[in-house]
Ligand binder design. Sequence first.
Ligand code: GAL
Length: 523
Amino acid sequence: MATRPRRPLLLSALSVLGLAVVAATGSGVQADREPGILTPPPPRTPRINGPSVYGVRPGRPFLYRIPAIGDRPMRFRAEGLPAGLALDEATGIVRGTITDLTPRSHQLTLIASNARGRASRPFRIVVGDTLALTPPMGWNDWYTFYEQPSDELMRKAADIMISSGMADHGYQYVNIDDAWMGKPGSNDPALAGPARDERGMINANGRFPDMKALTDYIHALGLKAGLYTSPGPLTCAGFHGSHGYEAQDAARFVEWGFDFLKYDWCSYEKVAPKGSSPDPERLQKPYRQMGTLLKEQPRDIVLNLCQYGMGDVWTWGAEVGGHSWRTTGDLGLEKGERLPGFYSIGFRNARHSAFAGPGRWNDPDYILIGYVGNAHDISEPPKPTTLTPNEQYSYMSMWVLMAAPLFYSGDITRLDPFTLNVLNNAEVIAVNQDALGLQARFVRKTDDEFVLVKPLEDGSLAVGLFNLSEETRTISVRMAELGVNRRRVRDLWRWKDIGVFEDDYSASVGRHGVMLVRMDPIP
Ligand code: GAL
């Protein structure tokens, strides 16, 4: 049956919304057309955020800080906590090692209460072989600090992850990128010295006096620590890589207490130049080697493959032991033409939706908003993003819908309210962290607009209506295109119920903006 635009049943939502958007966007100069902070202040009653499912290998240390917003002090409880784990009631940090080594699920109820109320949520711990059951979230220093990471910086980043509320929204990993090791030929005394000790174990450079003390600091906050290296002799920035010492490096990362490794192809190209052996074996070999080594360790380490999408990595990344893989080149180097670079990176990443799932994520690179350094000239100080507010909402919405790992890589030491509003929206992040783990697929894509849909575990759909054009535009989606009929629609950036829609849903969306909604089934 042909559908024609229908008005919503409960509210005249489009006109209400249209008015709101027009009022917020105006019709004059571009600045007037851009929204500011869309999301209302968070509730003061407790709300538990983060995933509802979490994977751990049998016998490995467990660490999870329950992300929750609402007034502090807050008290946490967990019903059904498996033997071996303990919860700190004041911080919500769960630690220990589950004594039952049987691969199985443990069903818990997490409870948070404060002076204003109480919230509870189911949480499943899956003891098995799969880690990263939902996309990893955190911060990585690369796009702000480039070759200057240090112990001091990473501690500060961990502190800010807590104080900014990022951790309360599920951000968890504090990740050091390139340049934590020595650099051959460097005149900088902090970067000089032997690459490895007498056991062949890699040394950190002078900016990291004690890696174990650093990860202890991060873990004490309930957060996790990540590191970077290359299977080649040198990293991309010319620091010492792992080549020939892979087993020692895996053991070293465990000894130091790291929880995440980004393994960056880089100078491995020289070890295995094109044609030296058939692809994809040539491309897979170093990753299979590190993936296998990490699985054997007495500690869970999430493995991120960084090789820019070569050899269709999404088809084999999980099989070699990866939990996520970059699908493209560096976002910070991507030259946008008519549109900013995150769109083209995102569009390429979006094509591989069929390959994503729990423990296996397509990674379109980091979220670059707020103050960001210049990847083309790393000596330049970080500057405020040139992305408009609408573009930032679109960027975050695309990453969330694509079930992308959510790593902020702008300057975490200079977070402004707008940037935090984009990063820390509990209802938006819930879409990314949904336990079903599906990556959104395109419903439609033209030069002027696109629509992405991500089915969620509870039967609802997350739908993004994106405007690529230079003018405010009405974007529609037919329920039939989504395979559903009547749905209740909620605006996830504004936390507003919009109404019940039958045949289709339309929204007026500003230049390069997005309407991100959840469509719930009506019983
Ligand atoms: C690139 C990688 C970036 C960053 C950089 C470090 O190859 O894609 O994300 O890690 O190396 O040198």
